[in-house]
Design a protein around this ligand. Structure first.
Ligand code: CA
Length: 227
C-alpha cells in the first residue's frame, strides 16, 4: 500500500483528501503543521508527501528542506493560486511537483500517481548516460545526439542544459536552477538565456519545435523533459 503523508492545516480539506485517498486504497497519515509532519515522516516514512505551503508553525519550504535533508520521498506541493514565487521556492528546495488550489480530485490523484511512479520507475536518473525517445537518442557520455538517423550537433551549453533535464525525467526543473547550473549564480535572473537555448534545442531535437513534446515549458516556472 502506498502511504501518503498529508501536511495541511485546513481540517475540511484534510478530511476530503483522506476520504478520497483511502477510497483509492492509499494509506494516509495527516499532520496539521510542520513539526508534526517532520515527526511523522521520521517515525512512519511515507511513500509520498502532499504538502500545503501555508502552515501555522513553519514555512512549508522549510519543511521541504528538512525532508530533503534525509529523504528522497516525492513531495507534491499544494499551493495557492496567487503564490507563483512560493511555488518556485518550493521546487528549488526540492519539491517534485505542485498542484494549485482549488484543484479537482482527478487532477490531484493523477499528479499523485505520477509522483509515485516517477520514483518507482525512474529514480532521479543522475547516472544515466543514454536517453532514448521515439524522436531522438542521446548519449551523454559520448556527447552524441541522433535524430532520424542523423547526428545532431549541439553546443556545450546546449549539452549542459539538455543533461540537466533528461537526467530528471518528468521533473519540473526550475529556471533558476538551470541558470545557476549552466551560467552561474550571477546570471540567475536571465530567463531570456533559457528561452533562446531551449528554442535551439527544440529546433534540433523536436519533431515539431512549435509544439514540443519532449522539452516542455512550464510557464513562469521552468522546464520538464518528458521521455
Ligand atoms: Ca494552509
Amino acid at each position: 500500500m502506498t502511504r501518503v503523508l498529508v501536511v495541511e492545516d485546513d481540517p475540511q480539506l484534510v478530511r476530503a483528501l483522506v476520504i478520497t485517498m483511502r477510497a483509492r486504497r492509499y494509506g494516509v497519515d495527516a499532520a496539521p503543521d510542520g513539526a508534526t509532519a517532520l515527526r511523522l515522516a521520521a517515525t512512519r516514512p511515507p511513500d509520498v508527501v502532499m504538502l500545503d505551503l501555508g502552515l501555522p508553525d513553519m514555512d512549508g519550504v522549510d519543511v521541504i528542506r528538512a525532508l530533503r535533508g534525509r529523504s528522497r520521498v516525492p513531495i507534491l506541493v499544494l499551493s495557492a493560486r496567487h503564490a507563483a514565487g512560493d511555488k518556485v521556492a518550493a521546487l528549488d528546495a526540492g519539491a517534485d511537483d505542485y498542484v494549485t488550489k482549488p484543484f479537482g480530485t482527478d487532477e490531484l490523484m493523477a499528479r499523485l500517481r505520477a509522483a509515485v511512479r516517477r520514483t518507482e520507475d525512474t529514480p532521479l536518473a543522475l547516472g544515466t548516460t543514454r536517453v532514448e525517445t521515439a524522436g531522438f537518442t542521446i548519449d551523454l557520455l559520448a556527447k552524441k545526439a541522433v535524430r532520424q538517423g542523423h547526428d545532431v550537433r549541439l553546443t556545450p551549453t546546449e549539452w549542459q542544459l539538455l543533461e540537466l533535464l533528461v537526467t530528471r525525467p518528468g521533473h519540473l526543473v526550475t529556471q533558476r536552477y538551470l541558470l545557476q547550473e549552466v551560467w552561474g549564480a550571477s546570471r540567475s535572473g536571465h530567463t531570456n538565456y533559457l528561452r533562446v537555448y531551449m528554442a535551439q534545442l527544440r529546433r534540433k531535437l523536436e519533431p515539431d519545435p512549435a509544439h514540443p513534446r519532449y522539452l516542455i515549458t512550464e510557464p513562469g516556472m521552468g522546464y520538464r523533459f518528458e521521455g
